[in-house]
Design a binder for this molecule. Structure first.
Ligand SMILES: *Cc1c(COP(=O)(O)O)cnc(C)c1O
Length: 371
């Protein structure tokens, strides 16, 4: 056993005695899917009110041994993050703006009354895991290693008078294929009806499982109407567009040299996506003005009818940039553009992927080399 040090915390390193054999790993990497296959190792760190962060270790991926009365199972106190490691063409394995994920993790923790994790410990945990499992980072085009840090309340007991005094932080990783084989396919979206995802003062801006748990009913509604994804509207007026279940939305106005993009402002009920933030910076680099604003369902529909809105896309770490081709709702259905991926959508997508995979320069210092 060796140990790595960071910000005062030392990680015990316990490599797996039974890593997946290379041939089997190669088979798994050929068809990884998304979130189905996991690497040989995981990181865990415990926290208690008395000891703070302790027992940091990189060990074999495996089951968590937990008491059924652990607080997370009953009251859902949990947060997570999602980022990727990319194998760049020139060799190194890198991550993209991991410090932004570390900061967002702590904002989620604050909202969910959970302890802060020092950002350098968050980053060190990711670096240790990716370095140990570097052979699991796919080399195929647009494939990556999806990294999932999370924190759960582990205190045993059913009392709810206060947040858990004990937590477990963990990081697992999963090789991920291209979300869409054969290039991105425009998705259809359903405007949520009768349900909301988040309300002012609620947990919508935190990356917490409960937002997903409460949103599945809307996603089922979307599937029932033959749509791929649900779009959430604001809680008060049910007319302002917020985001998808797990992705932010962008609207493209105009075309060619006149094109500009807009995304709903962070009102406190939306999740502040790293991809969203990156596109707000990258688009102007390409000469495409980018603003944050508000768009109603009526404006969306009229904009598509008049041709003012030429493209719409969703964005997030997992699926990068996904064109939206069609909208369905209780008040009517409409198509966007020709139902094909639009040129601005594809240009932004290629530019972002180009930076992440090292084929384009990284003018903003977003790439973080790991190994
Ligand atoms: C994670 C997430 C996003 C996308 O964030 P990225 O940092 O770009 O991956 C958008 N909306 C919700 C609800 C999310 O959970």
């Amino acid at each position: 056993m060796t140990a790595g040090a960071t910000g005062g915390i030392r990680f015990a390193i316990r490599p797996s005695a039974e890593p997946v054999p290379g041939r089997r790993r190669a088979q798994l990497l050929a068809q990884p899917g998304f979130g189905q296959v996991f690497t040989d190792h995981m990181v865990t760190i415990s926290w208690s009110a008395g000891r703070g962060w302790h027992d940091a270790q990189l060990g074999p991926y495996g089951l968590l041994h937990m008491d059924p009365a652990s607080q997370v199972f009953h009251y859902g106190q949990e947060i997570f993050e999602g980022l990727k490691a990319y194998r760049q063409a020139s060799g190194p394995v890198v991550t993209f703006r991991p410090g932004v994920n570390a900061a967002r993790f702590n904002r989620s923790a604050a909202r969910m009354a959970m302890p802060q994790l020092p950002e350098d410990t968050f980053l060190e945990a990711i670096e240790l895991l990716v370095t140990q499992d570097r052979d699991w980072v796919p080399a195929a085009e647009e494939h990556s290693l999806y990294i999932r840090p999370f924190m759960i309340a582990t205190h045993v007991g059913l009392g709810v008078s206060r947040p858990s005094p004990e937590y477990l932080f963990a990081v697992i990783a999963s090789p991920a294929g291209a979300y869409f084989s054969g290039g991105p396919r425009p998705v259809s979206v359903w405007l949520a009806d009768g349900y909301i995802r988040a309300a002012p003062g609620g947990t919508g801006a935190a990356k917490t499982g409960g937002n997903y748990a409460g949103g599945f009913v809307g996603q089922l509604q979307a599937l029932d109407h033959g749509c791929d994804q649900v779009v959430w509207l604001d809680a008060a007026e049910h007319q302002w567009v917020e985001e998808l279940g797990g992705m932010n939305l962008f609207f493209v106005f105009g075309s060619g040299d006149q094109a500009r993009i807009m995304t709903p402002s962070l009102t406190g009920t939306l999740l502040a996506g790293v991809t969203r933030d990156s596109l707000l910076t990258l688009a102007p680099d390409l000469g495409i003005p980018a603003i944050e604003g508000a768009i109603s369902v009526a404006d969306w529909r009229q904009g598509c009818a008049s041709g003012a809105i030429t493209e719409v896309f969703a964005c997030g770490t997992a699926a990068v940039i996904t064109p939206v081709g069609e909208v369905k709702s209780v008040s009517g259905d409409w198509k966007i553009g020709g139902g094909q991926p639009g040129p601005i959508t594809m240009r932004l997508r290629e530019h972002l992927l180009g930076i992440q995979f090292g084929q384009l320069p990284d003018p903003h210092g977003w790439i973080h080399k790991i190994c």
